[in-house]
Design a protein around this ligand. Structure first.
Ligand code: ADP
Ligand code: MG
Ligand code: MG
Length: 211
């Protein structure tokens, strides 16, 4: 066991905080290449998540918690990112259904399921300038590190660093999916808002687990 249910709830609480702190920043990033609502959308969604989690019984398992987060995001965030992040959390919940603690393998499975869900739903790939550009490198770094017997704290640091590099890379490429794709080459020079919010969530996850 590496992550308890209590840890999961702590991670979610911290994500709610971090999204709130970055609400304006994420919205400004979206103003440059989208419609200036990404931070507002996510903050509304995670406020609803926080509220919703208080209504779940004490005995709720981690899978159900994650699925509930996903369903809440789908119904409250809207835009492109709502269904995508919603699917990510719902898929992550499905692969750990019934569990009250997570192993290293479970953490890898969660990342994999979330990434696959986003790709299937949004039909984007790495390099399209989306949230995938942060999530896929993080997943790969985590999986590879653990396969090479690197301890979880260091594996998580590598995942967070990979997500950061992936996010930064979105500045250099033009968007092929989502609203920013309407700008084509003019989207170059700007960070992708979704890649940025995904990095923030991954970084928060890693930091809370490593506390
Ligand atoms: P909207 O563009 O509908 O206003 P948001 O502003 O909340 O929605 O989210 C925009 C983010 O969604 C983008 O920065 C990008 O990272 C992500 N995104 C958009 N389309 C896709 C897609 N098809 N696959 C993955 N991510 C996507
Ligand atoms: Mg937007
Ligand atoms: Mg919008």
């Amino acid at each position: 066991m590496v992550i308890t249910k209590n840890d999961v709830l702590k991670i979610v609480d911290k994500i709610v905080e971090v999204i709130k702190e970055n609400k304006e920043y994420l919205t400004e990033l979206d103003a440059a290449i989208g419609d200036a609502d990404h931070g507002i959308n996510l903050d509304r969604g995670f406020d609803a998540v926080k509220q919703k989690l208080t209504t779940l019984p004490e005995t709720t398992d981690i899978g159900t918690i994650l699925r509930t987060i996903g369903m809440t995001l789908v119904s409250t965030v809207g835009g492109a990112s709502g269904p995508l992040y919603g699917t990510a959390f719902m898929r992550a919940g499905q692969v750990v259904q019934g569990k009250n603690e997570l192993s290293e393998e479970d953490i890898v499975k969660i990342f994999e399921a979330a990434l696959d869900g986003i790709k299937q739903r949004g039909k984007a790939e790495a390099g399209d300038k989306t949230m995938i550009d942060s999530i896929e490198p993080a997943y790969k770094a985590l999986k590879e590190s653990l396969e090479n017997n690197i301890a979880l704290p260091e594996a998580l640091n590598r995942a967070a660093n990979a997500a950061k590099e992936g996010m930064e890379y979105t500045k250099n490429i033009s968007a092929r999916k989502g609203r920013a794709s309407y700008l084509g080459e003019r989207s170059i020079g700007h960070l992708d808002p979704g890649a940025t919010s995904a990095y923030l969530m991954i970084k928060t996850f890693c930091d809370v687990v490593n506390l």
